[in-house]
Ligand binder design. Structure first.
Ligand code: GSH
Length: 241
């Protein structure tokens, strides 16, 4: 594993991937220098990448020659190996409870939001889209809004990002920025969120302004890719009928 002082780090990533984006946010927030290797997900993975991650997925992290995969594992490793403002250690005073609260928030977010959000992106314009988007808003209101009452503006009253944002910000920036593209989400999505989930709105608006979150983020390029993926998924669903 080598030293955690000046580690040599390579991140294998694709800027279109929200899971890979998590690892990048952790690295930037911890101010760790790293090299980026972009993996083209539009073509089969090369044997050399499959030797790094046999699952063929991004992200993968090379940390002093040791490979780690799975975004949540990568992010947790980085945060544990490099104590910072992001999260207390479990041996710190208040650490176990802070970690439990962050884990609960991340679990609520990841188990509820991305799946419904993907369904909303894929839904046909009109009633189907409205219904699917309504489900995203309902999940945010029910699952996340109560956990963000004390956000200040970040999780648990923090004034800098925490591990809760490291694990969720990549989805938040897509949620907010893709709403500018009517082929993906209806225009009223953001105003509905703002009205029905004011705590979430305030928190999300702060999250998407952070440098570690916006680093290498190209909303237009990613929205255009998402539109193509949605069209492809619809065609495949129609062909399977
Ligand atoms: N559970 C994985 C998910 C990673 C994942 O799904 N990555 C996608 C891109 S967003 C990928 O590499 N897909 C390649 C493929 O399916 O061929 C993680 O959290 O790291």
């Amino acid at each position: 594993m080598g030293s955690t002082e000046n580690p040599k780090i390579t991140l294998y990533t694709s800027y279109a991937c929200p899971w890979a984006h998590r690892a990048q946010i952790a690295l930037r927030e911890l101010a760790l220098p790293f090299t980026t290797t972009l993996i083209d997900l539009a073509v089969p993975r090369t044997p050399s990448y499959l030797a790094i991650n046999p699952r063929g997925l991004v992200p993968a992290l090379d940390y002093n020659g040791t490979i780690l995969t799975e975004s949540a594992v990568v992010a947790q490793f980085l945060v544990d190996a490099h104590p910072s403002h992001l999260e207390k250690a479990s041996s710190d005073e208040g650490g176990p409870l802070q970690r439990a609260r962050i884990n609960f928030f991340v679990d609520a977010f990841v188990s509820k939001v991305p799946g419904l959000y993907l369904a909303a992106l894929r839904a046909e314009a009109g009633e189907d889209k409205e219904r699917a988007v309504g489900k995203v808003v309902d999940a945010v209101v029910k699952e996340l809004e109560p956990l963000l009452g004390d956000a200040g503006p970040f999780f648990g009253g923090a004034d800098r990002l925490t591990f809760a944002e490291v694990q969720t910000a990549s989805f938040v920036i897509r949620l907010l920025d893709f709403a500018q593209y009517e082929a993906l989400l209806p225009k009223n999505f953001l105003t509905t969120l703002q009205t029905k989930a004011p705590n979430f709105w305030k928190w999300a608006s702060a999250v998407v302004k952070e440098d570690s979150v916006t680093y290498k983020w190209d909303a237009k390029a990613n929205a255009e890719k998402a539109i193509l993926r949605v069209e492809k998924a619809r065609k495949e669903a129609a062909a399977a009928k």
